[in-house]
Design a protein around this ligand. Structure first.
Ligand code: 5RP
Length: 222
């Protein structure tokens, strides 16, 4: 990743701090979120703690002395901040490049507002150039791969990787996702699929893009 891209991620992450109003914050996963966690640490006195979407984010939050709470013990969250691999103009996302898609989808579903942070290269006209991650139950890996091939994609097993839930991931190449809502539903219905990294039924509410001109904010209504 270039220094420039990292600077843009950091810019978006720091802009998201304006959405933190206290309470318990949902925290996603990835290099952009790492910048958000570092910025959150500077105002940690204003929050009660965080619900984390991965072991990696949990470790970083704790290193900064931010308490990490179980989702089951906190109920609905006012705010979730997470990155994305791609976003379209409707703020429907591909996520899961870092493999945390299942817990990310759970925390996003439990949150009233989802603020997505990314560098401007992640905004695309049509989702799918980034391979779509699908977390599967181990014994269903080949079955699901065959079904994804029938949909027109090329699933590639992310070898040597297991999620925090102990499952493999198939990265589906070659999809041009014109109807993210329908594809999310179709893949969700395949036996053996744990989670598809399409966030269309629960898109982001706000997208902050780091760019050379400064952070740009889009909302689903734009
Ligand atoms: C992890 C994710 C990340 O949000 C996504 O991969 C973007 O990562 P980064 O901020 O490193 O570009 O979905 O599962």
């Amino acid at each position: 990743m270039s220094d420039n891209s990292n600077a843009l991620k950091q810019q978006a992450a720091e802009a998201a701090i304006a959405y933190v109003e206290g309470g318990i914050i949902g925290v996603g996963t990835g290099s952009t979120v790492n910048y958000f966690i570092d910025a959150l640490a500077k105002i940690k006195g204003r929050i009660e703690g965080a619900v984390s979407s991965s072991e990696a984010s949990t470790a970083r939050l704790r290193q900064h002395g931010i308490e990490v709470l179980e989702l089951n013990s906190v109920g609905t969250l006012a705010l979730y901040v997470d990155g994305a691999d791609e976003s379209n103009a409707r703020l429907q996302l591909i996520k899961g490049g870092g493999g945390a898609l299942t817990r990310e989808k759970i925390v996003a579903a439990a949150s009233e507002r989802f603020v997505c942070i990314a560098d401007a290269s992640k905004l695309v006209p049509v989702l799918g150039a980034f391979p779509l991650p699908v977390e599967v139950i181990p014994m269903a890996r080949s079955l699901v791969a065959r079904e994804l091939t029938r949909l027109g994609g090329t699933p590639v097993w992310r070898e040597g990787f297991v999620t925090d839930n102990g499952n493999p991931i198939l990265d589906v190449q070659g999809l041009r996702i014109e109807d993210p809502l329908a594809l999310e539903q179709t893949i969700n219905q395949m036996a053996g699929v744990v989670t598809v990294g399409l966030f269309a039924h629960r898109p982001a509410d706000v997208l902050i893009l780091g760019s050379a001109a400064g952070p740009t904010t889009l909302t689903a209504a734009d």
